[in-house]
Write a protein that binds this ligand. Structure first.
Ligand code: KIV
Ligand code: ZN
Length: 387
């Protein structure tokens, strides 16, 4: 990887962490369709799967490796030789293969998951990276549950795996525990205390159990991380992962962060719909950036403002995320300006109608129907002309 100081590498794990959602499993065919769309979106890395987990997952990594020639193709393993062998085998035909190996780093994981010690776990981490390096040059190491790990021990582990050849060090907040300030400090601590940190890219991987995944990822980037791991629509285990579209649009909207990605944001909405449909995971209407209501205005005050000057109530341009335009929704909370806008759009110039009269009848109907469509307005105007 090149180390442009402001370039943020986008690592998409929709097909691995995202696909762990119950009921959202994809066929290889579907993974190839989403993989191609992710490549067109411009992600830098696609985590294609966890090859040891099942023959189907293995095959998906093989097929994605053959098909996608632009992004790095990454396969997940535990710090176990058999896992690494299987990942290396699945990645054989990849143009830019990466093995993603790792082990728990918090005392909680060391004690209860591994019934082991800090020293022994650190040794396993180093051995795993060294073994993965015998197959591929690009090895990413994850320190699972780093969010709850002791920073001094975490720094020792990170230094040791970079010494063993890790090119990327992933610091997951596996359980979505951290506050943004804590997570940012953790990344800064590693920047300041790991002697060889400049030989690797720091990656952030945050879960959304407290609704902080995106905020934590941004805090990590502000403190020196340069790769962000995320999924389309923020899907993933439990409350999900950091949502790709949120991170990308934060970076685009806040130019003062001085970060760049190579994502073509106009693909975000179509891809969000594709993933939602294929993975059987509806997107909540008020989801940031890609929710159905993210660019919909329904209250009279907001509609009046947007119709006068879009930026009064919009900080992003809908065209930047692949929508034609914002929508002005007609409800009983809408004002005259919104009604006039829609009537003119349907061919009823305001100076030829009794706008106030139509507005009063519109309100009566809206109280009953909740949201009015073009057909409702046309019926309203038909009744009007028969008066
Ligand atoms: O959340 C996590 O810790 C992970 C690792 C396997 C990278 O998904
Ligand atoms: Zn994860």
């Amino acid at each position: 990887m090149l180390h442009d100081p402001n370039r943020i590498y986008v690592f998409d794990t929709t097909l691995r962490d995202g696909e762990q959602v119950p009921g959202s499993q994809l066929t290889t065919e579907e993974k190839l369709i989403i993989g191609e769309a992710l490549q067109s979106l411009g992600v830098d890395v696609i985590e294609a799967g966890f090859p040891i987990s099942s023959p189907g997952d293995f095959q998906s990594v093989v097929e994605l490796s053959k098909l996608l020639r632009e992004p790095v193709i990454c396969a997940l393993t535990r710090a176990i030789k058999g896992d690494i062998d299987r990942a290396a085998e699945a990645l054989k035909e990849a143009k830019r293969p990466r093995i993603h190996t790792g082990i728990g780093s918090s005392d909680m994981h060391i004690q209860y998951k591994f019934n082991s010690t800090r020293e022994a776990v650190l040794e396993r981490a180093v051995e795993a990276v060294k073994y993965a390096k015998t197959f591929v040059e690009d090895v990413e190491f994850y320190a699972e549950d780093a969010g709850r790990a002791d920073n001094v021990y975490l720094a020792q582990m990170v230094e040791a795996v970079i010494g063993a050849g890790a090119t990327v060090v992933n610091i997951p907040d596996t359980n979505g525990y951290c506050l943004p300030e804590q997570y940012g400090e953790k990344i800064r601590f590693l920047k300041e205390h790991v002697k060889n940190i400049d030989q690797a890219v720091i990656s952030v991987h945050c879960h959304n159990d407290l609704g902080l995944a995106t905020a934590n990822s941004i805090a990590g980037l502000q403190n020196g991380a340069r790769q962000v791991e995320c999924t389309i629509n923020g899907i993933g285990e439990r409350a999900g992962n950091t949502s790709l579209e949120e991170v990308v649009m934060i970076i685009k909207t806040h130019q003062s962060l001085n970060f760049q990605t190579q994502i073509n944001s106009k693909h975000l909405t179509p891809l969000s719909h594709m993933v939602s449909r294929m993975m059987n995971m509806p997107v909540q209407a008020n989801k940031a950036v890609v929710g159905r209501n993210a660019f919909a205005h329904s209250s009279g005050i907001h509609q009046d403002g947007v119709l006068k000057h879009r930026e009064t109530y919009e900080i992003m341009n809908p065209e930047d995320v692949g929508l034609d335009k914002s929508s002005i929704v007609l409800t009983a909370r809408s004002g005259r300006h919104a009604l006039k806008y829609h009537l003119e759009r349907l061919g009823f110039p305001a100076d030829r109608i009794d706008l106030e009269g139509v507005y009063q009848r519109f309100l009566e109907l809206a109280d009953v129907k909740k949201e009015l469509q073009d057909e409702d307005l046309l019926l309203l105007m038909e009744a009007e002309t028969q008066h």
